[in-house]
Design a protein around this ligand. Structure first.
Ligand SMILES: Nc1nc2c(c(=O)[nH]1)N(C=O)[C@@H](CNc1ccc(C(=O)N[C@@H](CCC(=O)O)C(=O)O)cc1)CN2
Ligand SMILES: Nc1ncnc2c1ncn2[C@@H]1O[C@H](COP(=O)(O)OP(=O)(O)OP(=O)(O)O)[C@@H](O)[C@H]1O
Length: 201
């Protein structure tokens, strides 16, 4: 096995360190800025069923967006690691009374038992975490391929069709250009605390 970290691993480590170094006030400010970016998007306004995530490891927090969704009567979902299917996600309803517990990565998730789920293709919008992104809509994730596998059905679909996928990140996670892999799922764009970068496809 090749133990030398490749370019992707090195970039992952650097970016994860950089976002973890953000202070609590910076994180709060970015989460508020993110809400301002998101609320303007047509894809957000017309969506009823929206998947988000709970911030981990310095990720930009969609918490403000979740509160806003609840005010507007939009239904939120969280990703849950599929108990059997390798590296796939399930999406479970997330309401103010949802109990959470930690998954194998120590990320909070709702329990699967009796929880109302929604198939990935029936979500209107997915706001997904990422480690690094470029202005073309390229995304580098944590490396598990969870989102890539779960949304592989979108390969080859025209922009704007079906479940809309938008990456969320701090501006500091933007890089010059990422190499796209054949399995990478196409994003509509990336939203940060200050910008929306529509994918140029
Ligand atoms: N907040 C959040 N939730 C999410 C994701 C995410 O990136 N962020 N995921 C997006 O896919 C899925 C979980 N995927 C993850 C993949 C790897 C690691 C991780 O920390 N890996 C460790 C190695 C852990 C091990 O193998 O024991 C590491 O790289 O340090 C975390 C989550 C679903 N939920
Ligand atoms: N649709 C797919 N079918 C089978 N394997 C896949 C698929 N998508 C990705 N993979 C595999 O998953 C692994 C991780 O992929 P990659 O490093 O691109 O993940 P990532 O996009 O960083 O992570 P994530 O999607 O979890 O945020 C790769 O080894 C890749 O071969």
């Amino acid at each position: 096995m090749n133990k030398k970290p490749d370019f992707k691993q090195k970039l992952r480590r650097e970016m994860r360190n950089a976002r973890r170094r953000l202070t609590v006030p910076q994180q709060k400010q970015n989460a508020l800025g993110l809400l301002q970016t998101i609320r303007r998007l047509t894809q957000f306004r017309r969506s009823k069923n929206i998947a988000l995530y709970l911030a981990n490891d310095g990720e930009i927090s969609p918490e403000q967006v979740i509160h806003y969704c609840r005010q507007l009567g939009k239904q939120c979902y969280l990703p849950v690691l599929h108990p059997i299917k390798h590296n796939r996600l399930w999406f479970v309803e997330y309401n103010s009374d949802t109990q959470l517990r930690k998954n194998i990565y120590k990320i909070d998730e709702p329990p699967l038992i009796k929880a109302p789920r929604r198939p990935a293709w029936a979500l209107d919008l997915v706001l997904l975490p990422l480690v690094a992104f470029d202005e073309e809509g390229g995304r580098l994730g944590m490396g598990g391929g969870y989102y890539d596998r779960t949304f592989s059905f979108k390969q080859g679909w025209r922009k704007g069709r079906g479940t809309q996928l938008i990456g969320l990140a701090h501006d500091l996670q933007k890089v010059e250009q990422l190499k796209t892999e054949s399995w990478d799922i196409p994003l509509e764009g990336v939203a940060t605390e200050s910008h929306f970068y529509p994918a140029r496809r």
